[in-house]
Design a protein. Structure first.
Length: 123
């Protein structure tokens, strides 16, 4: 019986050693896989960083282009505003001239009536 116990103990030791060896092998395999995955992740991170920098550069370029377009549009609108202002001022001046002409015409007519009245009274 003692011999059987020693055999069983020895068998359990061997099985334990085998399990330990298998576990060590699995651990090493997992370490390798982890390192590989870590390497892949670093590659992906660097690729994403590069893509992000490219996108950022494109966005900055687009922003600068939009700024230029907006600036041109503003300058164009200012030019059009100045033209419209000049046209309005010219129209206002023309209307003032017309008002003055009508006022002078009315004054001339009044003067003629007054002179006609004086001539009639004196005459």
């Amino acid at each position: 019986m003692e011999g059987n116990l020693y055999k069983e103990i020895e068998q359990l030791r061997n099985e334990t050693k085998q399990i330990e060896a298998n576990l060590r092998k699995d651990i090493e395999q997992l370490r390798g896989e982890t390192k590989q995955m870590e390497g892949n992740l670093y590659k992906e991170i660097e690729q994403l960083r590069g893509e992000t920098k490219q996108i950022e550069a494109n966005l900055r370029k687009d922003i600068e282009q939009l700024r230029g377009d907006v600036q041109r549009d503003i300058e164009q609108l200012r030019g059009e505003l100045h033209k419209e202002t000049a046209l309005i001022r010219a129209d206002m001046a023309h209307q003032k001239v017309e008002i003055i002409k009508w006022t002078l015409g009315a004054l001339l007519a009044q003067t003629a009536l007054i002179l006609g009245g004086i001539r009639f009274i004196l005459g």
